[in-house]
Design a protein around this ligand. Structure first.
Ligand code: PEP
Length: 252
């Protein structure tokens, strides 16, 4: 089986303005040839995707989106943005099911799966996020919760997806699971994917996300089964994000 190419994705969430797109050029400069060995993806807010995609022309940085409508066809849905529109603007990947959407917008795994299906139909790779809350971890329910989220959120139709394991309690703070805990959940996710996709599951990249920064990136990347990271805060500044990317063994 060919080795999975690492993917390190930055989720800018609802931060930044057009002027901050300059961080992308600074990032490209800072990581140099590392972007050949690692897929580097930036997901800016939707209004800036087109400009970001223009800016990365000639660079090996990829642009993605943070969410999409579950409805594929053009239709009367004020405020919704379809996967096809995001693809048209230059997005190659779309994050779906981020815990902020599941929690703040009540998104269920069923809705997340339909969003992922819409992304696939538009020719875009969905990055399907899963992860347990603190209470679920304390109750010893990590395998149940994450396993079920993967079963319900991942489309049947194609293994051309990325999965991001993001423990909800690790996002936006300072705490992360231990390295063996990360390894355990990544193994679980691949086992569930193999039930669905057989050998094709070996090609699916599984990212870790939740308080990844320049200081802990190298140890997280050393964990068996971790194919990269989904990074929030530390992706906003080129210097921090570059330090994370350069901490990956494939960068050297
Ligand atoms: C995220 O929101 O996906 C995330 C991982 O955030 P942070 O890196 O800031 O914890």
């Amino acid at each position: 089986m060919a080795a999975r190419k690492p993917l390190i994705a930055g989720n800018w969430k609802m931060f930044g303005r057009a002027a901050d797109l300059g961080e992308i050029a600074a990032l490209s400069e800072a990581i140099g040839p590392a972007s050949g060995a690692i897929d580097v993806l930036i997901c800016p807010p939707a209004p800036y995707i087109g400009a970001a995609a223009e800016q990365v022309r000639g660079m090996s940085i990829l642009i993605g989106a943070q969410d999409c409508s579950a409805v594929g066809a053009d239709s009367a849905r004020t405020g919704e943005i379809s996967a096809a529109m995001l693809a048209d603007a230059g997005a190659l990947c779309i994050i779906v099911g981020h815990s902020e959407r599941r929690t703040l917008h009540g998104e269920t795994s069923d809705l997340v799966r339909r969003k992922a299906e819409a992304a696939l139909s538009a020719g875009v790779t969905p990055i399907v996020c899963v992860g347990e809350t603190q209470a679920e971890r304390e109750a010893g329910r990590v395998a149940d919760i994450v396993g079920q989220q993967v079963r319900d959120s991942v489309p049947e139709q194609s293994a051309n997806i990325v999965v991001a394991y993001e423990p909800v309690w690790a996002i936006g703070g300072t705490r992360t699971p231990t390295l063996p805990e990360i390894a355990e959940v990544h193994t679980l996710i691949r086992t569930v994917l193999a039930e669905r996709f057989g050998d094709q599951a070996n090609a699916v990249r599984i990212l870790y996300g939740g308080s990844v920064g320049p200081k802990n990136a190298a140890e997280i990347f050393s964990v068996e089964g971790v194919d990269g990271a989904l990074v929030g805060r530390a992706s906003l500044k080129a210097t921090d994000f570059a330090a994370i990317i350069l901490a990956h063994p494939a960068a050297s």
